[in-house]
Ligand binder design. Sequence first.
Ligand code: PLP
Length: 402
Amino acid sequence: MKGPNRKPRPVRSDRTRAVRGAAEHTSGPLSTPIVRSATFAFESLDDMNAAQDLGRDGAYYQRVGHPTLRACEKHLAALDGAEDALLFSSGAAAIGSVFLAHLKSGDHVIALEQCYGGTHDLLNWGAGHFGWSVDFVDARAPETWAQAFRPNTRLLHIESPTNPLTVIVDIAEAAKLAHARGALLSIDNTFASPVGQHAIALGADVVEYSATKSIGGHGDLLAGAVTGSSAVIDLVWKVRKVFGPIPDPELAWQIERSLKTLPLRVEAQNANALELATRLARHAGVRQVSYPGLASHPGHAIAVRQMTHGFGGVVAIDVAGGAEAARATIEALELVHHAPSLGGIESLASLPAFTSHIQLGAAGRAKAGISEGLIRLSVGIEDVDDLWQDLEQALAKAALRV
Ligand SMILES: Cc1ncc(COP(=O)(O)O)c(C=O)c1O
């Protein structure tokens, strides 16, 4: 029903919102048309100015606003429970744009020792280039974070579960801490995904995604996204407009298409991950398993409270035999690929000390608790018994080699 008597829309479930997005249209194409045009033509200067004034909602010039990108952004915002969203050409560009939007020379930012290695690099590099200052705090000791705040702290930037150790941060508590000190809470929600954790509802002000991971979900695209209030997205949009890290319309269409199956993929990956983590925890060749779905995980109770559809697709394992055994294990895998990414339908294994966290150096990794024997397993949607068989045979071969 249209018009003033239209009933308020019910809050729909993640699966419905993933398929339908904002679901404003009831006629026309079901799939967003790919408008393959970087620029748009106008009858008059007034018309052009009007389109320009609409900014990201307008169809004027692709770097400013584009209809195919906008459709995907609205779809993602609806799924994430956010007022607005923006697409980027990579997750790194999304995170970098949030920092550039909120940090000026002289400002201070607090981030986790355990956050993604590229984010460490970005924050340290930005401190030298743009004159902000950064302190890293231990995700495992939130009671120490309050001391890190200064009068000029603008952002607390977190991840949960962290990469790769799956440390769980209480997002609502982190938001309270940041807000009490006049700072915003920024969260890289890549590991949980927009359906695995509703970060905005938990109190986050700005949320970033590497859409390369579960949003894209098939290992075939590189992209990023930011979600938040309209006011926050205004600031981030300005950065995107001036620096230009924007995907093309085909990529935006591919991301929107992938959003529709995100809950199904995430649920299947999370169920497989829980089963493998449970079996690995009983395996003699494995020293320790970090997975928030296990009751033995220190963050399990918080994860139960704040994660939805399971506990994520990443399982971190420390194998008995250390670095050499870890290397032998991933080289012996036959079904699981040895590759540096996560969140997709194909299971992947990597050694974070040599991939995602190589930039931290040995001392930085020791501080963050990332050993050279740590294997990060990103669990896909294959049959769980086939995955288990592969892991078992690889662990057995590794035990013979070391
Ligand atoms: C948690 C997390 N955030 C951000 C990124 C960066 O994303 P992208 O590679 O899409 O730039 C990654 C990449 O591995 C990641 O794991």
